[in-house]
Each structure stands twice: as structure tokens, then as C-alpha cells.
Design a protein around this ligand. Sequence first.
Ligand code: TRP
Ligand code: SF4
Length: 400
Amino acid sequence: MYPDRVVSGMRPTGAMHLGHYHGALKNWIKMQSELPCLFFVADWHALTTHYDDPGVIERSTWDMLVDWLAAGVDPSQATLFIQSRVPEHAELHLLLSMATPLGWLERVPTYKDQIDNLSNKDLATYGFLGYPLLQAADVLIYRASQVPVGDDQVPHIEMMREIARRFNHLYGKEQGFEAKAQDAVKKLGSKRAKLYNELRTDYQQCGKDAALEQAKAMLDDAQSLSMIDRERLFGYLEGSRKLILVEPQVRLTAASRLPGLDGRKMSKSYGNAIALREDRATVTKKVRTMPTDPARVRRSDPGDPAKCPVWQFHAVYSDAATKEWVAKGCSSAGIGCIECKQPVIDAIIKEQEPMHERAQQYLDDPTLVRAIVADGNDAARKLAQETMRDVREAMGLAYN
Ligand code: TRP
Ligand code: SF4
């Protein structure tokens, strides 16, 4: 089978805030040490909604990349790149579009939602309808096994699984597949070839799942097989199709969600965000002026943490003892709100210290980020080109 691989992207929205960090980046940083990861700036995706104002995208792209690095995304572990620098994404998007039913795109829930939300923009465009298909190309082109995203993106991942399945179904039939598969069986050596054929028959004629598993394990062990022959033999076990694109799994971001200062979703446009690299004084001021439970007008009024956005910050930042101190102190008016906020301020400042440090070298020398991304673009492009070679061949486009 194809190797495990993680792919995820973000639209360039400029400087990141703590909502992005807790909602997505922390998860990326965890995954980068576990599996090969590709993280990219989805600049073409930004154009689907900002086609009339593309000037902001460049600046936002670099700002976002500095923040990824500041947060701890490590270019020696993960591949960082920019979508538009790997034009193969566009080629796959085009080829996938040929067989994608319009209904699949119109049904994606974010489509109607976004059109309603961004009613000041004309989003009745071809590009905007195709957003989830471009996203499918972003992931399928790397044959990713896992995609870390928030739950709003789950329908997109489900659709890309359907796209991959449909593609394999339509084009997975290689010319002369049967003969090529039988050649590959011979390359296993006579003992293994015999076992392979027996297990294949057991599975196909008697539906024995254990035989399928055993055959797959044997193929995993067969060192001498080329990648493509291994794929053929996997496909041949179950039928006569070759897996060209891989159906990815969703990897949901762990639910540490940090709301904005006012309790709504954290967003720069709501003015309720703390920037990833906000300076100390501003962090302190922003948290000190956060709204609290409206019932606590005076210091002597008891409060209810459940009605207070500061409590949600404690949920992310504080240990059990601190949380208990808050819960008791708030409901008994034993502590004041300024007092209650101090541990949150301290925790945010502590969390941000290494981010400021890591960012400094990139601010001092902007060519560093350019170099990291140039390397990432090259590495991503190589992988994308491998897949596209197979895709073109499968679709009968490999003539020259
Ligand atoms: N649609 C994603 C978002 O709005 C961004 C994105 C584009 C993405 N391509 C992707 C995420 C591929 C994961 C994989 O957040
Ligand atoms: Fe909110 Fe803390 Fe004030 Fe209670 S004491 S209202 S939890 S800030």
C-alpha cells in the first residue's frame, strides 16, 4: 500500500491568533513528529472568495508562514509549501472536474452557508462552487492517508473520499492489467506465488477475509516487489482494479477550542482575538478588559463561570486546582474578576514566549522563510508529479 502521509492546508488569513493555535496548529505540531506531514498555504482557495481583492494574499501568506514556524511547525520534520507553487494541484482539479457530478458540489453544506454569510460578495462563481473539488485535489495528489481538520471540514473530506473512489472505479482498470498482475505474481518467486494464488482464490471464491489479510501481510513482506507491482497485486486480490488515488481519513482536531475574548468564535474580524505573537502588555490589557459574567456587577456579587468567557480560557489554560479555585471563588464572590484573570494572563504569556523567540530569526532574516518554502515546494512537487504520472496514464493521457 501507499505510505502513511498527512496533508493539511489553511487559507492565508494573515497573522494567526490563539484560536488557530489551539484549534489547528497544536495538532499539526503533534502530528509532524509522528508521520510525514505536508502543510500548505491554500492561496488559490483564498482567491475563491477574494478574487476581487487579490493584493492581500501575498502578505498574508508570508505572515501566516512566520506564525506557523513561530508556533513550532518544524521544517526539518514537516514539508511546508504554497499551493500555487505546485501547479499540479490545478491539473488534478481539472481532470477530477470532468467526472464530478454538480450535485455533489451543490450539496456540500459550507457552499450554501458561505454564500449566505458572505452576502456582500457575488459567490455565484465557478471557482467557488469548485472549492471542495480543489481541496480534494490538494489531498489526493499526495495520496494522503490522513487529513487533520476541524469538524466544519468533515463534509469536504467525505466528498473527496467519494471522488477518489469514483476515480479508481472509472480509471483503475489498467490496460492489460490481468497480464501485468500475473507477471507480478511470478516475480514473487514460486513458493510465494503459489500461496498468493491460493489465498486469492480463497478470498474471491469463499469470501475468506483472513485469506485476504494473510495475502496482504505477505505482500508487505515481499521486499523484491516494486511499488507499482505491489499495488497491482493488492488490486488483483480484490478484483481487477488498481488503486490510483487513496481515500483519506479525517483526523479531527482534539477539542481544545479557544473562543474569542467575548465568548464568540475567535476571529480577527470580530475584534475579539489575541494574536499568536501579541506583546505582553496588550495580552494583559485584552484579558483584563474581557467581559465576565454580567451578573457580577460589583465585587461582592457572586457569579457563574458557565456564563463567563474567562472560564473557557481557564478550561484551556488552567490545571485542576486553579479551575477549582475559580469555580469556588466565583460562585461565593470569594475572588474578584481581575484576580481570576491573572493565571490566564500568565499562562498565555508563558505559552507565547517560545513563539516570540522562534519568530525572531525569521523577522531578522526574511530570506530564511523563502528558503524553507522553496525547499518545501520542490519536495511537494516531486510527490505531486509522481501521482500525476499515474493519473495521466490511467486516463489515457500519457501519449506524446
Ligand atoms: N478548506 C480548508 C479551510 O477552509 C483549507 C484547505 C484547503 C484544506 N485545502 C485543504 C484543508 C486540504 C485540508 C486539506 O480551512
Ligand atoms: Fe468570570 Fe472569573 Fe469573574 Fe467568575 S470570577 S465572572 S469566572 S472572571
